[in-house]
Design a protein around this ligand. Sequence first.
Ligand SMILES: NC(=O)c1ccc[n+]([C@@H]2O[C@H](COP(=O)([O-])OP(=O)(O)OC[C@H]3O[C@@H](n4cnc5c(N)ncnc54)[C@H](OP(=O)(O)O)[C@@H]3O)[C@@H](O)[C@H]2O)c1
Length: 311
Amino acid sequence: MPEPIAEETLFLHKAEMGLGTWSWGDRTMWNYGHGYAENDIEQAFQSTISAGINLMDTAEVYGGGRSERFLGKFLKSTSTPVLVATKFMPYPWRLNRGALMRSLDLSLERLGLEHVDLYQIHWPFPPMPVEFWVEALAKAVKSGKTLTAGVSNYSKMQMQRAYTILSKYNLPLASNQVEYHLLNRTVEKNGLLDRCKELGVRLIAYSPLAKGLLTGKYTPETPPPGLRARQPMGRMKALPSLIAEMSEIGKGHESKTPSQVALNWLICKGTLPIPGAKNVKQAEENAGALGWRLTAEEVRALDNTSDKFTK
Ligand SMILES: NC(=O)c1ccc[n+]([C@@H]2O[C@H](COP(=O)([O-])OP(=O)(O)OC[C@H]3O[C@@H](n4cnc5c(N)ncnc54)[C@H](OP(=O)(O)O)[C@@H]3O)[C@@H](O)[C@H]2O)c1
């Protein structure tokens, strides 16, 4: 029997999709300032809200704080309630528990908020053990500066340890944010997704479009630019046949695009995808993943194709 879902985390279970904001201000991976700028991301934000998607995911490290600052600025321009999730990076030089609360305070300042809805530990990095930072996270929830506690990139075992610590404080573990998409199904194969469901922990699927690969615009001949050009062996070769199948399936649902099929597949798997969008066109297209469902046979067919080349 799965654990009942804690009331304070219901907003995450009700949300079908969110918006990822890593590219907002980030120059290293996403080349902010080239091909898109503040006006574009503001329009992406507005169109996402208009589509009824009101969960935004950011992090203190995205664009060195620029993503949080942009989000804070855009939040002021809307009266629609927006749910904000951000993250703490346990850098190896952060050796004091108080670092988490100080980082949260700085995030709140950049966001212009008194509290966030979800605060996540970004990675289970050493040297400090899982318990060390989760204790600090529990304290942050008790302070009211975050309504819920989440983790990210935690394995099944690490997630269990986080869950156990939070339970001691009578707090639920709201979410585990991990990479999950049709080109990477590790969380299905290693049991993490099932364990999340058993514990009532929402699995937030990051890079749900495989950083753009599943949109169909990149091919082996025209790979993505910059750091994204480095792809695991075989992935680019396998991509065209998967995209062709996604396009074919999309046609049967009023011409849905590969991006929309990719996101809908994640929703059908019971997860919460948070696609990134650099402009209004991308945001609008991604919002079109909502309001319809792939059939069970279509999900199975996509599973079978992706099984041929995923870990
Ligand atoms: N917790 C973690 O460690 C972690 C790690 C990674 C990401 N995340 C979170 O997950 C979010 C999403 O992941 P992601 O940004 O890595 O990758 P993604 O959502 O898989 O891909 C986003 C990129 O794909 C392209 N794109 C998006 N929609 C498109 C559309 N409809 N048509 C054409 N191109 C489109 C855009 O880049 P181009 O136009 O340049 O191709 C966009 O920046 C992040 O913003 C972040 O919030 C978390």
